[in-house]
Design a binder for this molecule. Structure first.
Ligand code: AMP
Length: 425
């Protein structure tokens, strides 16, 4: 990423970190390389088939992390085991998947990831949706919408009909790719009863943004299935919690929505903007993962946001997001070579005042340096010349207005700041 992109990515990341702290999520830093065994343990076939796996010099099978969740789950199952619950954990960094590269889909990409562990209540699911709303809003994104589903509904029907778990995963994967007919064919080939198939067909056609109407229809549709009915109730409770919290989130409930990762057990969600058909984030509830890593049974819900995609969306929405300007920046130019050390000293005093300062170290002509400073959109230049130094002063130039003013050596920062105030008024 070139400077402008890197700056935008860091803006998205720092915003994610701020949102983490606003909701009490503490940051942890996990390794990029871990054993293949750990990373593949519960990843699901789709993610596993896209992992970068190799042998290290000691002959061990290792891989680049294809998600954060496995590393976090392992930590919670081991080191953090005895700590009081709930845990709220945040991590951000690069993720690696052998996806087909295209716009918004990379083999190395950035995620911000939030995991809330220890609560099975709808409040926890709602919190993850609320913080995602705040993350999107605070980043400056507009018109985003969340798609919400619940894997417990489909699984409830599958389980009651004794549909094999492996086949369930395959069917869910097809549904994740919106290949509903293929999924239904696969289910029907297993000898699934006709009534059950009819229910499934009806269920997956239910979607809309009048969310409570949809959950009502879902409830009627699955009334013969106990587990599935409980799942719809749970979904309804989560949505109610979000609605009653006062957040105005644009949500769609989609009863046929499934996600590629197999470890989800409850609510699942994805976030979209109208500019793209790829998701800016996704997550859900995974109540059994921690025990699969050897920990106490721990209900958990989490979400990961694709920071590269958020960045792309910010660049593509109009008007493009304006990153809050950093503090004033400038350049200090020694007019003659023997003044280089003095110029460095002046630059240091300004940095001491938290100003961003570049020092001219190429001995170029002043006009050349000023031209470049304009291109870089710097705010000020300090010209260190022999004549002014004799009276212990320098020239401070405002690069926006091109005004120049002589300032005493101990008043340079103040002179620059006065200009700020002047510009602000
Ligand atoms: P997942 O871990 O699959 O639930 O993905 C969470 C989020 O990560 C997605 O919603 C995307 O925003 C982002 N993401 C997933 N795969 C990629 C990729 N190959 N390139 C860029 N972003 C990705």
């Amino acid at each position: 990423m070139l400077p402008e992109e890197a700056r935008l990515l860091r803006f998205v990341e720092s915003n994610a970190r701020t949102v983490a702290s606003l909701y009490g999520y503490r940051e942890i830093i996990t390794p990029v390389v871990e054993t293949y065994e750990l990373l593949s343990a519960k990843a699901g076939e789709e993610v596993k088939s896209r992992m970068f796996v190799f042998k290290d010099l000691g002959g061990r099978d290792v891989a680049l992390r294809p998600e954060f969740t496995a590393s976090v789950a392992r930590l919670v199952a081991s080191t953090l085991r005895a700590q009081p619950k709930p845990f709220r954990l945040f991590c951000a960094g690069t993720i690696y998947r052998y996806d087909e590269p295209q716009r918004g889909r990379y083999r190395e990409f950035w995620q911000s990831n939030y995991e809330l562990m220890g609560s099975s209540r709808p409040e926890a699911d709602a919190e993850v949706l609320l913080l995602t709303d705040r993350l999107m809003k605070n980043s400056g994104l507009k018109n985003y919408a969340m798609k919400i589903g619940h894997v417990g509904v489909l699984r409830g029907i599958f389980n009651q009909e004794k549909f094999d778990e492996k086949a369930q995963n395959s069917a869910m994967q097809l549904m994740d790719k919106k290949q509903y007919e293929e999924a239904l064919n696969l289910i029907s080939e297993s000898g699934f009863p006709d009534d059950g198939l009819k229910t499934l067909r009806e269920l997956i056609s239910l979607r809309g943004n009048n969310v409570f109407d949809i959950t009502n229809c879902m409830m009627k549709c699955v009334s013969a299935y106990e587990q599935a009915t409980k799942a719809v109730e749970n979904l309804n409770d989560i949505l109610k919690m979000v609605a009653e919290s006062g957040a105005k989130i644009n949500m769609t409930v989609d009863a046929g929505f499934a996600r590629g990762l197999e470890y989800y057990t409850g609510m699942i969600c994805e976030i979209f903007v109208p500019e793209f058909d790829i998701a800016l984030g996704g997550g859900g509830r995974y109540d059994r993962l921690i025990e699969l890593f050897g920990g106490e049974p721990t209900p958990a819900v989490g979400i990961a946001h694709g920071m590269d995609r958020m960045m792309l969306a910010l660049q593509n929405q109009s008007p493009p997001v304006r990153i809050v300007p950093e503090s004033k920046a400038g350049v200090v130019i020694p007019i003659q070579r023997h003044l280089a050390a003095k110029a460095a000293q002046i630059a240091e005093t300004l940095r001491e005042e938290n100003m961003r300062v570049e020092l001219e170290i190429m001995g170029r002509k002043m006009t050349k340096v000023l031209e470049e400073a304009d291109k870089k959109k710097l705010n000020f230049a300090v010209l260190v010349g022999e004549k002014e130094l004799e009276s212990r002063s320098v020239v401070v130039r405002n690069l926006l207005t091109r005004e120049q003013k002589t300032a005493r050596l101990d008043e340079i920062a103040e002179t620059i700041r006065q200009r700020d105030e002047h510009e602000a008024s």
